[in-house]
Design a protein around this ligand. Structure first.
Ligand code: PLP
Length: 450
């Protein structure tokens, strides 16, 4: 049992003033049911009814080392007692931010050695684009500003980040949308009908090449891609996709931004997935979430020496930063989190346990409702279909993901519904028994709904 206090009425009362994120606020007004999480330890959380639930989404794809780790909590407390806050503006700095930047430079691939901190994945991506716009201005090519993203992508909620996200979410944000072109979604099962995976990859490369020819490389600053699309439904691209896209980009002097907000810090068995899993050395990596395992809000934009050289050159400063960029408590949390991951060899262990998790969930493919189980290690999506043989999708209104998630929650597991898809991105410290428990709960929940 977890040693966590029960809920208080104050939490529930305050909740009526809280605007929920990424929620249909109107639907919430009609049916105000909320899951109130009051505490957490290890792989589990406790709700306000006192029920313990396996945290199948790691808070929100972020509590990689598990909940309640003393090492991180103590590092944050010690840091606050020593230096509660100072900024990294102007010429001020402090040891925690400097040490974490040094650590990230050591962990990141190749020449990615310079780090700017923010406090969310959205901000990390906006920072990356602002840096590249400044970079191109400095190089005397101010028209090189367009961003290539992909249908199905998720890059955040701020104005530009939502414009880089899959088009459906950015209706009404036309100014930022003009900067962005969305390439084809690289999901073979849904988008590559009648093609082998290799042929589909050729088609995706052709789409990129044709898009560059259409706009002109001189107008395109960057290509941004998640190694595995997360919030778009855990979509993996065909083998060799990232390296192929990166090579085309490089040939046209288009920078490659790898959005590793979800895929880094052990989720796929490595600190960063870009190079170690997908064989690409990006020009910029953005990360957040697992960087502190969610114990403090922190993101990082890690850039190559070459980009840094240009944006830090003389004649026109790159003026950018948020008050809390590199907040001491967040930086201390990041350092303690990485130290813990290294001491416990969490990325290495995920290469075994994550594969076991993936295999256990792939085993659900025999159920009629399950059309595809995809993803890798501790990042899995299950797509439900109305007609398995035809792969026919349910109408959005069927809310199948929500029904399965509710059935799973009733049985003690939190999973995240997304239309006809259910997403699992748990803490990375699930035991073998818990992995089997998750698969068992999902089997029962899906069977109940189908
Ligand atoms: N990039 C990716 C790949 C994400 O999954 C997310 C959040 O879901 C973001 C960026 C935005 O991060 P944040 O919510 O911290 O702004």
């Amino acid at each position: 049992t977890l040693d966590i206090p029960a809920t208080t009425d104050a939490v529930l009362t305050a909740d009526t003033h809280l605007i929920q994120s990424w929620a249909d606020l109107d639907a919430l007004k009609q049916n105000g049911a909320r899951t109130v999480i009051v505490g957490a330890k290890g792989t589990r959380v406790r709700d306000s009814d006192g029920r313990e639930l396996i945290d199948g989404i790691g808070g929100l794809w972020c509590v990689n080392v598990g909940h309640g780790r003393r090492e991180i909590i103590e590092a944050i407390t010690t840091q606050l007692e020593t230096l509660d806050f100072y900024s990294t503006f102007y010429n001020f700095t402090h040891p925690a931010a400097a040490a974490l930047a040094e650590k990230l430079a050591a962990l990141a691939p190749g020449s990615l050695n310079k780090v700017h901190f923010g406090n969310s994945g959205s901000v990390a991506n906006e920072t990356a684009v602002r840096m590249l716009h400044h970079y191109n201005n400095r190089l005397g090519r101010p028209q090189k500003k367009r961003i290539l993203s992909r249908i199905g992508a998720y890059h955040g909620s701020t104005h530009l980040a939502i414009a880089m996200t899959t088009p459906g979410y950015s209706k009404g944000w036309d100014a930022a949308r003009e900067l962005v072109h969305h390439l084809r979604c690289p999901h073979h099962w849904r988008e590559g009908a009648g093609m082998t995976e290799a042929e589909f990859l050729d088609a995706l490369a052709e789409d990129l090449t044709a898009t560059i020819a259409f706009y002109g490389a001189e107008t395109i600053a960057a290509f941004i891609a998640e190694p595995i699309m997360g919030a778009g439904g855990v979509i993996t691209a065909p083998a060799g996709y990232h390296a192929r896209m990166a090579a085309i980009c490089r040939a046209h002097e288009i920078k490659y931004i790898s959005d590793e907000v979800v895929t880094s810090f052990g989720r796929l068995g490595h600190f960063f997935a870009s190079q170690d899993v997908f064989g690409v050395e990006p020009d910029i990596i953005t990360t957040a979430r697992g960087l502190t395992s969610g114990y403090q809000p922190l993101s990082a934009t890690i850039i190559s020496d070459e980009i840094h050289e240009v944006i830090s050159g003389p004649g026109g400063a790159f003026l950018h930063g948020m008050t809390y960029s590199g907040h001491p408590a967040a930086a201390a949390a990041g350092l303690a989190n990485i130290a813990l991951m290294e001491a416990e060899q969490i990325p290495e262990r995920v290469r075994v346990t994550g594969k076991r998790f993936e295999a256990a969930l792939r085993g659900l493919i025999d159920l009629d409702l399950v059309g595809e189980v995809r993803g890798s290690h501790f990042m899995i999506g299950i797509e439900f279909v109305r007609d398995k043989a035809a792969g026919a999708p349910f109408a959005e209104e069927a809310k199948i993901g929500m029904k399965v998630a509710a059935a799973a929650q009733k049985r003690g597991l939190i999973a995240r519904p997304l239309g006809n898809i259910l997403i699992l991105a748990p803490t990375l410290v699930l035991s073998e028994a818990e992995i089997d428990e998750v698969a068992g709960i999902l089997r029962e929940a899906i069977t109940e709904v189908q």
